[in-house]
Ligand binder design. Structure first.
Ligand code: TRP
Length: 473
């Protein structure tokens, strides 16, 4: 993975690296228990993370304490690292920190770039639009090659958007909408084509679901996606189960990717093991293929050089690190990326919302009353135990889930800042904060439900039919 790994592993043997890592892990732990200066701890952690990347590059395995190289086979679940490091891969997100995953560390570990104020300003300048609140508030926080996309756009070179969803159930929750809300904004702002992949094949391979169910969920989920307001003349939504068989060009790109990635590489990136089915091992190529414009000849008229930009949650990055590594070797441009943070579960930012736990999420099908009850009962509070204490010491917005949700959905920056200050000072009580959130969510979800009702089978069929879009390439 040349574009995410620094050099430095040099010619160290796996055992050398293993020993170095173990001792660096000890150093970090000692610094933490001795409450050393933050800068010293950070520096030690950086080195530890870098060694882990080197270790994985050299051995194709994840480092595990007490488990020297070659004695341990790689399992899919790498488990939280021994030093309490956050765990983020396409299947798991967890952290021990109540504020949530440390996204700055993730940028270092994944080798991506931070979306800083300069980039936000530049997006505003190039597009002539005020940046979306997800950009203003660091919800989309990391990127790869976004400056390059903007450079080209300034020279009238267009690009296209690619995002997706794994349809594992009929019920979407609010967290699922984040990439789509943002993608819709990008489509409107830059006026470009969008392709949306529904990986019903992926969910069949990973979950205990029938092919029929996965495909049905894909179509049902497409309705919720369409209800976000995508332009039918500029958007193609496809189910892998349908499109793989219908598009020779798409399948050719899948095979090209498959030829250029070894088992050892996907093992290193995704942690596949000997007992994973071969469908899983081959799947990353299918998620990679839509990053190449030649996979959609009906839209791009056979052009294979149209730049792709992928808005996605950071847990999808492993797929696209692989894609970017392969792209130049098969003669295609590397896709650029915009990464979002996770939408926290009601119980707190240690994990993301889960579709399988009804109480951890607010679903798009919830009634106003259910929304109210869930927020009041389950939203983790950063407030104090009693009103007196709260008034005296104030609440902590940084761990408060209701406040976090407002940062996602309350459009007005000044209002949000006032809520933050009032909550921190104790002027605003937890019950009042929750009320603000409930009042923000209820109309949002109700209008989503109304828009979804308008989406007919015929509309879904149109979105999902391979066809030219309103662009000339
Ligand atoms: N693997 C993703 C999921 O399980 C679905 C997906 C496919 C995707 N292609 C994508 C997500 C591109 C973001 C961008 O949800």
């Amino acid at each position: 993975m040349t574009d995410c790994l620094g050099d430095g592993a040099g010619d160290m043997t796996p055992m050398d690296l293993y020993e170095k890592l173990t001792s660096q892990g000890d150093t970090v732990r000692t610094l933490k228990t001795e409450k050393a200066a933050k800068a010293d701890i950070d520096a030690a952690v950086q080195l530890l993370l870098k060694l882990k990347v080197d270790y994985k590059q050299v051995t194709g395995q994840d480092y595990k304490t007490g488990c020297p190289p070659s004695e341990c086979s790689v399992s899919q679940d790498n488990g939280p690292a021994a030093d309490g490091e956050d765990m983020v891969d396409p299947w798991n997100v967890s952290t021990t920190n109540a504020k949530g995953v440390d996204y700055d560390k993730l940028i270092v570990r994944f080798g991506s770039s931070k979306i800083d104020q300069e980039l936000v300003d530049r997006i505003e300048k190039v597009s002539g639009q005020k940046a979306h609140r997800f950009l203003r508030r660091g919800i989309f926080f990391s990127h790869r090659d976004m400056h390059q996309v903007l450079d080209a756009y300034e020279k009238n070179k267009s690009f296209y958007l690619y995002t997706g969803r794994g349809p594992s159930s009929e019920a979407l929750h609010m967290g699922h909408l984040i990439p789509f809300i943002f993608t819709k904004w990008l489509q409107d702002t830059f006026d470009i084509p969008l392709v949306i992949q529904l990986t019903d094949d992926e969910k069949y391979l990973w979950k205990d679901l029938s092919l029929e169910d996965c495909h049905r969920y894909a179509v049902e989920n497409a309705k919720d996606i369409i209800a976000c307001g995508f332009d039918i003349n500029k958007t193609f939504i496809f189910s892998d189960l349908d499109y793989m068989g219908a598009s020779p060009d798409f399948y050719r790109n899948v095979v090209k990717v498959q030829k250029h990635v070894t088992f050892n590489q996907v093992k290193g990136i995704f942690g596949f093991g000997d007992s994973d089915c071969i469908g899983k091992i081959a799947f990353p190529a299918i998620q990679a293929a839509p990053s190449f414009s030649s996979s959609f000849p009906q839209i791009f008229k056979g052009r294979k050089d149209v730049q792709c930009l992928i808005p996605c949650a950071i847990d999808q990055d492993p797929y696209f690190r692989m894609t970017r590594d392969v792209a130049p070797r098969i003669g295609y441009p590397k896709p650029a990326l915009l990464h979002s943070t996770f939408f926290p579960a009601l119980q707190g930012a240690q994990t993301k919302m889960s579709a399988s736990d009804a109480n951890s999420s607010i679903f798009l099908t919830d009634t106003p009353k259910q929304i109210k009850n869930k927020v009041n009962k389950h939203a983790f509070s950063g407030g104090k135990d009693t009103v007196e204490e709260h008034r005296k010491y104030g609440g902590n917005p940084n761990v408060d889930v209701s406040f976090m949700y407002l940062t996602f959905f309350l459009e007005d920056d000044e209002q949000l800042e006032k809520i933050r200050q009032d909550y921190a000072s104790g002027a605003l009580l937890t019950g009042e904060l929750k009320k603000r959130l409930i009042e923000t969510l209820q109309p949002m979800i109700t209008s989503h439900q109304e828009r979804r009702k308008q989406v007919t089978e015929e509309t879904v069929k149109q979105f999902m039919t391979p066809r030219p879009l309103n662009f000339s390439f």
